[in-house]
Write a protein that binds this ligand. Sequence first.
Ligand code: NAG
Ligand code: NAG
Ligand code: NAG
Ligand code: NAG
Ligand code: NAG
Length: 500
Amino acid sequence: MGGFSFRNLIFSLVIAILVWGSSIETCNARRGKHWRNRSGTFSSLYKKKGKNHGHVEKSKPKPKPNNPLPIPEEPIAPVQKGLKFNVLDYGAKGDGNSDDTKAFQGAWADACKVEASSMIVPSGYEFLVGPISFSGPYCQRNILFQLDGTIIAPTNSKAWGKGLLQWLEFTKLVGLTIKGKGTIDGRGSVWWTNSIFDDPIDNEQLLLVPLQNITMTKNPQISNSLDGKMPSVKPTAVRFYGSFNVTVTGITIQNSPQCHLKFDNCDGVLVYSLSVSSPGNSPNTDGIHLQNSRNVLIHTADLACGDDCISIQTGCTNVFVHDVNCGPGHGISIGSLGKDGTTACVSNITVRNVNMHNTMTGVRIKTWQGGSGSVQGVLFSNIQVSEVQFPIMIDQYYCDHSKCNNHTSAVAVSNIAYENIKGTYTVKPVHISCSDNMPCMDVKLTDIELNPIPKGYHMYDPYCWQAFGELYAPTVPEIDCLQEGKPSSSWDPLESGCAL
Ligand SMILES: *[C@@H]1O[C@H](CO)[C@@H](O)[C@H](O)[C@H]1NC(C)=O
Ligand SMILES: *[C@@H]1O[C@H](CO)[C@@H](O)[C@H](O)[C@H]1NC(C)=O
Ligand SMILES: *[C@@H]1O[C@H](CO)[C@@H](O)[C@H](O)[C@H]1NC(C)=O
Ligand SMILES: *[C@@H]1O[C@H](CO)[C@@H](O)[C@H](O)[C@H]1NC(C)=O
Ligand SMILES: *[C@@H]1O[C@H](CO)[C@@H](O)[C@H](O)[C@H]1NC(C)=O
């Protein structure tokens, strides 16, 4: 018995030593190889181009006192975790003229392979980068895209082919973070001018009736003389697709040709300390656009753009937005939903502590005639408006061209609460225009105080159509158009075709 245990013990020890030894060896071997390999790459690739040498020298990996490489405490731990991949090491010039797309691709290709690695876009440089995809699905988790420099988009039409839906794309990633003090500049002015006629208009502009000859704001007239005509499909500046637990923080995204930051099919989105900036008259330049995404938190953001500051589209649920400044822009919108008879489902949306200045709408829900599905469980709370044309709006007759026909079906709207919405409006304080067949239900208005500031447009009283719910406190101005209780043709939210 004793002999057996002894043998067993020795055996275990030998195995343990072997395993330990080999893992140390692989770790060290891998690490050594890695560094050698990278410096080898540099010398072979860049010796010919003397100019790059400065960059290479500057950011050549050197041992860091706070990150001692030898003798890891846990030999089994993934050794490469946290490695840094600087775009300068991959040949990026950052002079604002040279095309740095390949360098970004190279840095990403390596960063992608290492869990919790960092792709470094350093400050003090301006990187011209064409359309690019930073994509999984085979990338490691928790990659940090450290953006302290500036990334600018090409303004040459050739770079965009026949037109692309996005410029910087992040797809199928888990735990990716974009962080830093840097700027992403879409240089969109070359796109804004040449599509004045094809851009859809925001329906609510039809309610604007100038009292005198006000020159309606036109799209900015900036010539794109040398670069040729840009394609009619305009790219979103930064788009996340099919990703989990992604974060965007610290950076500025500006002058996108179209939407600035889009999340599509994502679960777990955190955006904070973000600035979006483009002119109030730049067409269709949404700030943040959410679609088919859940568990989204957006806070502490300054959003100034030419369309919705935040746009929440079909398939979004569990979205929390707070402490956001919006303006100029078209406010925070849910929709437009149900276009071309589609089914749209949006639920559990909270928008709280928002300042709106000089926006078209404040908080809005917009749906097309003929759609189906539902918008349910929305709270707009603590919204401070200043010189907003339409602070509170539900529009179930949304139409971005001249005329749309009425249909019997509609995206059903219910359980929508507005509380503590205060400030000034310039056209109409409340516009709740609901479907004849699917009246809005459970619309709750509490602590509404909106005062007029005429700005040369015809001013309206509060307006409701087929809107049912409760007024919880006296409102300024008086809102007597909301109908108490339930409509006679009341409908069941559970039958909307949306999973709740
Ligand atoms: C770098 O390492 C890879 C595989 O580890 C090898 O294929 C390649 O030749 C190496 N490159 C240099 C420059 O050493
Ligand atoms: C408005 O414009 C029309 C035609 O452009 C002009 O005849 C009229 O005098 C203008 N009215 C005011 C108040 O400027
Ligand atoms: C995302 O984060 C949540 C909460 O931390 C976690 O439960 C979930 O597993 C993460 N998702 C993925 C795909 O890692
Ligand atoms: C609604 O969304 C919030 C995040 O804004 C989340 O904490 C909450 O659990 C969600 N409620 C339901 C019923 O899913
Ligand atoms: C659609 O219905 C609304 C409400 O009943 C009505 O005001 C509007 O004129 C109709 N539009 C068309 C194009 O028939």
